[in-house]
Design a binder for this molecule. Sequence first.
Ligand code: PMT
Length: 401
Amino acid sequence: MNGKEVIVGVTGGIAAYKAAELVRLLKREDLMVRVAMTKSATRFVTPLTFEALSGERVIHRMFHREGSAIDHIRWGQESDLIIIAPATANFIGKMAHGIGDDFLSTCVLAATAKILICPSMNVKMFENRAVQENLNLLEKRGFMVMDPTRGDLACGTEGPGRLPEPAMIKERAMMLLSRQDLSGLKIMISAGPTVEPIDPVRYISNRSSGKMGYAISRAAVRRGAQVILVSGPTGLNPSSGLTFLPVKTAEEMKRTVFENRSGCDIIIKAAAVSDYRPREYAGQKIKKGAESLSLHLVKNPDILAELGSERGDSSTILVGFAAETEDLLLNAEKKLRSKDLDMIVANDVSRKDAGFETDTNLVKFIYRDGRVEEVPLMAKDRVADLVLDRARALREARLEG
Ligand code: PMT
């Protein structure tokens, strides 16, 4: 998201403190973030907090001394998105009726950027007809409104009125800032490890954290795809806006993938599936006793190979990952051919900064025609976009030819 600019407009509600976390999360996406506050907002959180988090000057007065006299016009026209969070009933009323009596409201009036409104207030205020009609009016004019969530409100009541969690607002913002080039496509992604139980307290698994697969699912949602995420156990939260299908074992993963594969335009298997599982499951915890213990393992189904062998003339694009510690290209290419894939993403998992658990990855894309494309070490989020770019291009080429 390098180069994109977002304005967070903070108005005077108790949820103003959550806007601080929102700014932090947006900054982590490499966005330029500027904050404008209403006078009442500064009673809840100081401008200094936002200045420290955004690294930019915060404007909270119409006639401020620094900067330019036309900042209220420049800001809304230079930015790609304005997020009003929290948006009070008063500020929503002002936006709906064209009132510009402070920096933020004049900035909204002059804006050419997309505007996302995140209302937050007492439930009775939120349900008030005037507020609802103002929100409807704004939506008709092209503003986007993110519904408040239900729950205990600071005023002691319960119901809709809470500001959505900053992570949810950030995801919505990222979607609005992303190109929607995957809209209309159904994409299934597998992620994380599988776990193969030995007894009620032990299992065989691997080091996959799910970061790579989750990054692909997040990027696909942002870019407008309909996404199914089939995931082994991880400590990660799936993005909102996708179908999340948690599984544990390789056999469960296979069942879930096959039950949901119909109509998928692209299937990307970033999961690290256990190749073997214990032949028997001990119903009770195995007791310590003998000096050694043997486990008899049997082969798990190869999900991707079965998808490859069954696809016939379907136009689904199949993408695998290859986790290798030696002979990366040779081994990855063998998997591409034996599983009949369109592309395989090879990662050398012996490196400290790539493969399992890391936030970065170093990958090579290998295609059916023998082409190999190398890309530099980068964040898994960026690798995710590249994987989706390549898969989309392969699909277009398949449909054309
Ligand atoms: O989750 P992270 O910590 O972010 O780590 C990311 C990753 C290293 C797990 C990921 O980038 C990756 O390489 N995933 C594939 C790991 C793997 O199982 O590779 P493989 O070479 O054993 O398998 C090749 C392909 O066949 C994979 O797409 C795999 O999902 C699939 N497979 C493998 C075995 C099996 N029984 N069924 C399968 O479908």
